[in-house]
Design a protein around this ligand. Structure first.
Ligand code: SPQ
Length: 426
């Protein structure tokens, strides 16, 4: 994809549905008793992998025009043994949440994904699932895909999560629905809470208090109508683009603004970003609003501590904002970036360096001395959707044309990304 510098970006847009919420709506709908209708479903490759896996588990799922999905849920004990490997593609969410859900079934199956998934650590989920009674085995001390899951009777546990991971938390909550006795989880920092909100919407019994989460098993979940808000992680590219490209004003309608996801808004406002939130409403337990951004002079900042899980997927594009900002930005406590679709500390530093950005890798993040001219570059995506989209934003403020190689990676979470970007050019 060739990207030329932009003089100005203007317009009102919507972004595709939230990826985390779309996955969960299919999963929870599959184990509810009856038909769950989903509007605004993200038709990205990751969420289609989730649909594919649940079809293999015997669930009838209709994909209808207009981003609608109908899941014919068969109840808590309605999943069937798959005749084939459950292939999760590039999706960490599908892989880890499936492990939790399948650990307590009464059949065996195998989970595998693409070469990125085969590198990502699954032991973080498997270790506590084994404490609940699960039987899961795989490569490198049961840490890597492909993984064999032999369904077992489970029991509840009390577990302090060593990392703030919504995928780990959600896998354990799914297992807890099938476990005997109660499960009590304690997070080190608050991670996205879509599973807690949506499971309760489906009739589960999950109580949260600060960093603690208490779950009791349930015998039934009830089908729901889920309207998926726009994904703030997708909106993030246009939020940053609108701030750093001169003479710009962009409104992104109907974006999910769950506080566990809005770290990027807080950071960009603290950097001097002109960001306005309006028309706030609630859709199936999730807050939604319109976000308007205007070109702004940004200043460097420090991003660290409890805010990190609230913006973990946005760090690549925050690094682009930092490259455009005056002064130094330090990003710390973000070592989790090393085990995403790519090692996002390394890939961000390597790619932005190509464009002349003064950026250094650290053990748990990066340091960016911003405000220098950005040159056009040949960017690589490493087949990581967030790297492809972030580098496309950097290209907008470069002095000359850039190329993003492997740009098709955007289809993992944001089909139509480049078309929307083009529509904003004035
Ligand atoms: O699903 P996947 O591949 O792990 O996707 C990513 C992403 O950039 O879209 C991470 F690579 O998002 C994760 C996120 O980082 C989605 C997620 C969720 O839906 O629960 C939680 C976060 O991961 P984690 O490891 O912190 O639980």
């Amino acid at each position: 994809m060739i990207i030329s510098p932009a003089k100005s970006l203007k317009g009102e847009i919507t972004v595709p549905g939230d990826k985390s919420i779309s996955h969960r709506a299919v999963m929870f709908g599959s184990i509810a008793n009856g038909i769950t209708e989903i509007d605004g479903f993200l038709m990205g490759e990751d969420c289609l992998s989730t649909i594919d896996c649940f079809r293999k588990l015997g669930i009838h799922i209709e994909i209808l025009p207009g981003n609608k999905v109908k899941v014919h849920g068969k109840g808590m004990y309605g999943l069937q043994p798959p005749s084939d490997i459950l292939y999760t593609g590039n999706s960490g969410t599908t892989t880890r949440l499936l492990l939790g859900l399948l650990a307590g079934q009464n059949f065996e199956c195998t989970i595998d994904g693409d070469e990125s998934i085969r590198r990502r650590p699954m032991g973080r989920v498997i270790k506590p699932l084994k404490l609940m009674g699960a039987d899961i085995s795989g490569q490198k001390d049961d840490n890597l895909c492909p993984l064999a899951v032999k369904g077992q009777p489970l029991h509840g546990i009390r577990y302090e999560l060593p990392i703030a991971s919504a995928q780990l938390k959600s896998a354990l909550l799914l297992a807890s629905l099938y476990a005997e006795g109660n499960t009590f989880l304690i997070e080190p920092e608050k991670s996205r809470d879509h599973s807690e909100l949506m499971l309760n919407y489906f009739g589960a019994n999950i109580i949260t208090h600060e960093l603690g989460i208490h779950s009791t098993p349930v015998s039934e979940l009830y089908p729901q109508h889920i309207t998926v808000p726009g994904d703030i992680s997708s909106a993030a590219y246009f939020i940053v683009a609108g701030l750093i490209v001169p003479n710009s004003e962009i409104t992104i309608k109907n974006v999910g603004i769950n506080p566990t996801r809005t770290g990027i808004i807080d950071v960009l406002i603290s950097m001097g970003g002109k960001i306005d939130i309006s028309n706030t409403k609630t859709l199936n337990n999730e807050p939604v609003a319109d976000i308007t951004v205007k070109s702004s002079s940004l200043a460097g900042t420090t991003v660290e501590g409890a805010i990190i899980p609230r913006l973990i997927d946005e760090i690549p594009v925050i690094a682009v904002a930092a490259a455009a900002a005056k002064g130094t930005t330090v990003i710390k406590d973000a070592q989790e970036l090393k085990v995403k679709e790519s090692n996002r500390i390394k890939t961000v530093v390597t790619e932005l360096s190509k464009a002349g950005v003064d950026i250094q890798e650290t053990a748990d993040g990066m340091i960016i001395n911003g405000g220098n001219p950005i040159t056009g570059a040949q960017f690589e995506s490493y087949n990581d959707h967030r790297i492809a989209m972030s580098m496309a934003v950097a290209a907008l403020i470069a002095e000359s044309e850039s190329t993003v190689n492997g740009a098709e990676a955007v289809n993992i979470s944001f089909p139509g990304y480049f078309e929307i970007l083009k529509s904003l050019r004035v």
